[in-house]
Write a protein that binds this ligand. Structure first.
Ligand code: IPE
Ligand code: IPE
Ligand code: MG
Length: 251
């Protein structure tokens, strides 16, 4: 594709993903390269997230879902785990007002039962303060795992009294943590690893995958635009022989 063609493709709103999901990976390696503690990388990672939210919102992305702490990240040293928890409290105190005025609607998705009362109170504050915003829906996946999400959706279905024949895809989809959002169109992982690491297992069934070697704290305008350009070039078929847009009328 020529540069002009690419510009046309990415400027067509039909080629902009409605929902982008990101595994923000590489903070620790970014810090290590600078002979700094891993926490320094996480701090920089938070600053990056702030910039990236705005970049995607400016480009017309409606939903942004980011992986901040996985169900498996509890295996890390206590010091790193508590550092990450504190960073959330710092982030809410430092940036909530700014995000609220920028039109960002914040939701936290994940198992809240595993985190402290203080953290839950900060989440509630962030969700409440931004509940009427509509520019971009930011979902922060914290203490989240794709397997946890599927299990909790099944548990809710049981609690709701569904019979086995009523447990179908839409019954579960409506009970998943991101039930308010369309499935992610574009799934980005930074940091060079090519794996999903238990992120959105259910929702990413037909997401376009994009892996970047960029370590998360370095992710910026160039990388955002490269990911969106790559997405605009993909042909999504959803199991059909053609992309839905090119299927002739009446076919
Ligand atoms: C991702 O960065 C952030 C979290 C998992 C919280 P890492 O901390 O995994 O960084 P690397 O992969 O060790 O470089
Ligand atoms: C995935 O990164 C989780 C987050 C970014 C929050 P990890 O660094 O935990 O993934 P693995 O361990 O390399 O698979
Ligand atoms: Mg990692």
């Amino acid at each position: 594709m020529t540069a002009a063609g690419l510009l046309l493709a990415t400027s067509d709103p039909a080629n902009v993903p409605r929902h982008v999901a990101i595994v923000m990976d590489g903070n620790g390696r970014w810090a290590r390269k600078r002979f700094m503690p891993r926490f320094f990388g996480h701090e920089q990672g938070m600053e990056t997230l702030l910039r990236v939210i705005d970049l995607f919102a400016d480009r017309g992305v409606e939903y942004l879902t980011v992986f901040a702490f996985s169900s498996e990240n509890w295996k890390r040293p206590d010091e790193e785990v508590s550092g990450l928890m504190n960073l959330v409290l710092i982030g809410v105190a430092k940036y909530l007002r700014k995000l609220a005025t920028q039109g960002v609607r914040i939701r936290i998705v994940g198992d809240r039962s595993g985190v402290s009362h203080k953290l839950r109170a900060a989440w509630d504050e962030a969700e409440l303060a931004t509940a009427s915003n509509t520019r971009i829906h930011l979902s922060v996946a914290f203490n989240y795992g794709g397997r946890w999400d599927i299990v909790q959706a099944c548990q809710r279905a049981v609690r709701d009294g569904l019979r086995p024949d009523q447990v179908d895809e839409s019954a579960l989809a409506g009970r998943m943590a991101l039930s308010f959002a369309p499935d992610p169109d574009l799934f980005i992982r930074t940091g060079g690893e090519m794996r999903i690491s238990n992120f959105l297992l259910w929702q990413a069934a037909y997401s376009e995958l994009y892996f970047s070697d960029c370590l998360w704290p370095d992710f910026g305008t160039t990388e955002v635009d490269a990911a969106l350009a790559a997405y605009a070039r993909r042909e999504r078929r959803f199991g059909d022989v053609h992309a839905p847009e090119v299927v002739p009328q009446g076919a």
